[in-house]
Design a binder for this molecule. Structure first.
Ligand SMILES: [Zn+2]
Length: 178
């Protein structure tokens, strides 16, 4: 449930369009060395500073939203910032019309639930196989053991290890553009 700012309506943004465009935002986890396109980077930095947004964990910068303020509608940039206020995680949305940035609204995001506990029982996220509760290893294991795949948070069995590793590599390359 988005709580809309009064200024969003004054500036020509409709709740319906805000909701729709916000749902299409792609969120990226922030990191100290992340590189952003200049315009969006400056826009995001200025709103975080101006609105004193704490603990930003994710941002979204490639959205767009129609501004109905003038007779000629135009598309403003749409940004999102996910911040952590005490116990509450909140997403805040902004429209960048070039000359100025307008806060559109915000929404409380449910805390991510901790992964289900499955003591003594591991399930492969790739093939669904369940790990035997007791594993005998005779001699040297030829294959990788059950493990969490770096970058994906998924569990893989030995049979899916290669495939899982490739998926993780692809994901990491996709993020860094390498
Ligand atoms: Zn598997």
């Amino acid at each position: 449930m988005i709580e809309y700012t009064k200024i969003s309506a004054v500036e020509g943004y409709t709740p319906e369009e805000i909701e729709q465009e916000v749902s299409r935002l792609e969120w990226i986890k922030t990191s100290p060395k992340m590189e952003l396109p200049f315009m969006q980077g400056e826009g995001i930095k200025s709103v975080i500073k101006e609105f004193k947004i704490p603990k930003v964990s994710h941002i979204a910068i490639h959205g767009g939203i129609t501004c109905h303020l003038n007779e000629e509608n135009f598309t403003a940039g749409l940004y999102g910032v996910r911040a952590h206020y005490g116990k509450e995680t909140r997403e805040i949305y902004f429209a960048d019309a070039g000359s100025h940035i307008t806060p559109l609204g915000s929404k409380v995001i449910p805390e991510e639930k901790p992964k289900r506990e499955t003591p003594n029982k591991l399930v492969c996220d790739f093939c669904g196989k369940v790990k035997d509760e007791i594993t005998f290893i005779i001699g040297a294991a030829k294959k990788a053991d059950w493990c969490m795949v770096y970058g994906t948070g998924k569990m893989t069995c030995p049979d899916c290890y290669e495939r899982a590793q490739k998926e993780a590599d692809d994901k990491i390359n996709g993020i860094t553009g390498a």
